[in-house]
Ligand binder design. Structure first.
Ligand code: TXA
Ligand code: MG
Length: 321
């Protein structure tokens, strides 16, 4: 095997010592630690300020390694894995004992994903253990899609950020499992439902609210900026807040508002491309959160393809805790 790069070597050594490294993935940056080492896993929860009832996804380099962590892989999920890994898909599988309770918050299923970012692929291949990695942000805040986002919030708390540039997908993975033979989607994400249905037929989407212990990433208020975040018709909202003399920022899908100061508006995709909008979503929310505005106004995306996953994040950002 070719020698691994210096940065990957550094990440590997830190991880082998039980410490944490922020890792690039195609979806968002993850806060990685040795998934088989309960102390490393505990420090993930501590660093993120994450409640221990919210289980972690483990990341490994290939489908073949999944059998080390899962008792079985139901056929429809195997089909999905073969089709979409490496990629923005997470599978809930019956876990083997080797996975510490802390990783799954005591649940019988473990969430597994094979990410496609080349640096993280190489890193995972070089490690003898999988990485538990939640998004590398404080619990409840916007997920990081660039190294600078991680640095801004966790930079002083972790020894190393493996720089893999901006994330190409920009939304977290789609989480999929199976209940009594029926394929279920627990979190909408970077892999579109239609792509999944093309492989396994009709799926059920479980849109749980805050009472759902299965996937607290689905807590009603999540992915949220610090500023009030209001979702609705932008023209109406702009008139209202202008009349009330409130400074606002706007997050639009494709439309530019010439009367509004440039640095107070983020246009996710001027050409109206949902993939591009997904890529820019979290960075746009962060940017507006840092402007001298007291409220962020946003509009829903067209309810098709990735638009549904983006709308899910917008809805949760708007649900103030
Ligand atoms: O794209 C992603 O999935 C990113 C990158 C870093 O891989 N990771 C990510 O992790 O979004 P996190 O921890 O921010 O969100 C994971 C979600 C949580 O909502 C958690 O509740 C759910 O996955 N989850 C993890 N393990 C689970 C399990 N055993 N059963 C049900 N839900 C689970
Ligand atoms: Mg998260």
């Amino acid at each position: 095997m070719a020698e691994i790069g210096q940065n990957i070597q550094k990440a590997k050594e830190i991880l082998e010592s039980g410490q944490l490294v922020a890792i690039p993935t195609e979806t968002v940056y993850g806060l990685g630690g040795n998934a088989l080492n309960p102390l490393a896993v505990a420090s993930i929860f501590e660093t993120k300020n994450r409640p221990s009832f919210d289980p972690l996804i483990i990341h490994t380099s290939s489908f073949d390694r999944v059998k080390d962590f899962a008792r079985e892989i139901p056929e429809p999920l195997e089909k999905l894995a073969k089709k979409f890994w490496p990629g923005p898909l997470t599978l809930l599988l019956p876990r083997k004992e080797i996975i510490p309770d802390l990783v799954t918050s005591g649940l019988d299923r473990v969430a597994v994903r094979v990410p496609s970012h080349p640096l993280t692929q190489e890193l995972l291949e070089s490690l003898y253990f999988p990485l538990a990695a939640p998004s590398a942000n404080p619990f409840g805040y916007i997920s990081p899609t660039a190294p600078a986002h991680v640095d801004a919030q966790l930079g002083t708390k972790i020894p190393y950020i493996l720089d893999g540039g901006a994330c190409k997908v920009g939304l977290e993975s789609t989480i999929v499992g199976i209940e009594e033979g029926q394929v279920v989607i627990y979190r909408l994400g970077g892999l579109e439902i239609s792509m999944i249905e093309n492989v396994v037929g009709k799926v059920v989407v479980k849109d749980h609210s805050s009472s759902n212990p299965q996937a607290p990433g689905l807590l009603e208020s999540h992915y949220a900026p610090r500023k009030p975040f209001i979702l609705g018709d932008l023209d109406q909202l702009i008139s209202k807040y202008t009349a009330e003399n409130v400074d606002f920022g706007i997050l639009s899908f494709s439309k530019t508002f010439p009367e509004i100061q440039k640095d107070h508006q983020v246009v996710l995709s001027p050409s109206g491309d949902l993939k591009e909008a997904a890529q820019h979503l979290f960075a746009g929310m962060r940017l507006l959160d840092q402007q001298a505005v007291s409220v962020i106004l946003a509009e829903r995306m067209p309810a098709e393809g990735l638009g549904n996953a983006i709308n899910d994040r917008l809805k949760r950002a708007a649900a103030q805790a």
